[in-house]
Design a protein around this ligand. Structure first.
Ligand SMILES: Nc1ncnc2c1ncn2[C@@H]1O[C@H](COP(=O)(O)OP(=O)(O)OP(=O)(O)O)[C@@H](O)[C@H]1O
Ligand SMILES: [Mg+2]
Length: 339
């Protein structure tokens, strides 16, 4: 990925948001317990499959937390446990300090879940479905809140339409509206943008950001790493039921990221000269491009020494550019290492 982090206004705006502050270690104890705490969580399904192993996690209020992992890693299981849909085998989970077993009613009332699977082909109208969801949590009717949710999700014009007549993207937004109907403080989005087009995906991201501005903690799973890169304050990587990393996204990218310097040569080379071996250069198949890879966190990049050596050997270039590894590259490495 080209290095767009520094030019993207969303990135620059982020440090001012409360979530960016809370995502670090500087939690204000007066703000109350974290949005979610998970301790020593294990889940063994009846089949004997161990889907989660000793998961520990704390998610701050107002964070956008992305859970990344390959198919079958345990993302949906973890969300299911926190939302009270899957019984844990061992461990403790609390939402805003409410234990999901001892204090399940309050814990459930705090969470909203947008499930991975769409199951919304009903004759019911948008308005009725979303209002019913609120009632299921024992909350008194609040048409003003339902109206706000539908307007925020651009569903107001569709309120009297039957769900089955809506497009796939609109149905997904109805699922979000249902999950927000009872005013949850923590919203789980399990693959919110799977199979939706690019425009709608961007629209979803806006919705998530505005929810966070309203003080909602958002936990999402995604296979689109770009999504985590764009949205998340922190990232958790889950693999084989274990959380293999939890870190601020920016730190993760800084720590594990690599930069590449690509030089377009004036004259093609047959091989990298032996005198330049210490730089670990790669030569493209056509011999026209030299690629130098270096760690972004290093104080000394080695670029100066490289350029000096190239000049000393009469290797000249007519163009150069740098790129930075994406979260995707980092993720692939992490999952590979933890196998
Ligand atoms: N009800 C169940 N009974 C038995 N095994 C299950 C059950 N639900 C999930 N599993 C298994 O637990 C593991 C984790 O599944 P889970 O759905 O949590 O993965 P995931 O990370 O959400 O994957 P995906 O990216 O495909 O959605 C998988 O091996 C899955 O087959
Ligand atoms: Mg899943």
């Amino acid at each position: 990925m080209e290095n767009r982090a520094s030019t993207d206004p969303q990135h620059r705006a982020r440090p001012e948001t409360p979530a960016a502050v809370s995502a670090g270690a500087r939690r204000n104890p007066a703000a109350g317990p974290p949005a979610v705490t998970v301790e020593g969580l294990d889940k063994v399904y009846d089949s004997g499959h161990r889907a989660l192993q000793d998961v520990r996690l704390e998610i701050e209020r107002g964070e956008i937390f992305a859970l990344l992992g390959p198919n079958g890693a345990g993302k949906t299981t973890l969300i299911g446990v926190i939302c009270g849909l899957v019984n844990p085998t061992d461990g403790q989970v609390a939402v805003h300090g409410h234990d999901i077993v001892r204090d399940w009613r309050r814990a459930r009332g705090m969470v909203g879940l947008v499930p991975q699977e769409l199951a919304t082909d009903t004759f019911e109208t948008v308005w009725a479905t979303v209002s019913l969801s609120r009632g299921l949590f024992g909350k008194p009717p609040n048409p003003a809140h339902i109206e706000k949710v539908l307007r925020d999700l651009a569903l107001w014009d569709k309120r009297d339409n039957a769900i089955m007549t809506l497009s796939g993207g609109m149905k997904r937004r109805v699922l979000i509206a249902k999950a927000l109907a009872h005013e949850p403080r923590v919203l789980f989005l399990d693959e919110p943008t799977a199979g939706v087009d690019v425009e709608l995906r961007r629209e979803m991201w806006e919705v998530v950001r505005s929810l966070r501005e309203g003080g909602v903690t958002v936990i999402l799973t995604t296979h689109y790493i770009e999504e985590a890169e764009e949205m998340a304050d922190r990232v958790g990587v889950i693999h084989g039921g274990r959380l293999v990393r939890v870190q601020a996204k920016d730190e993760l990218m800084q720590e594990l990221g690599r930069k590449q310097l690509k030089l377009q040569l004036q004259e093609p080379l047959e091989a990298v000269p032996a005198e330049l071996a210490r730089h670990g250069l790669e030569l493209s198949a056509d011999g026209c491009e030299l690629v130098y890879t270096f760690a972004t966190q290093g104080e000394r990049t080695g670029v100066t020494g490289l350029l000096h050596d190239l000049a000393a050997h009469g290797i000249r270039f007519h163009d150069l550019h740098t790129s930075q590894s994406s979260l995707e590259d980092i993720f692939v490495d992490l999952v590979k290492d933890s196998r």
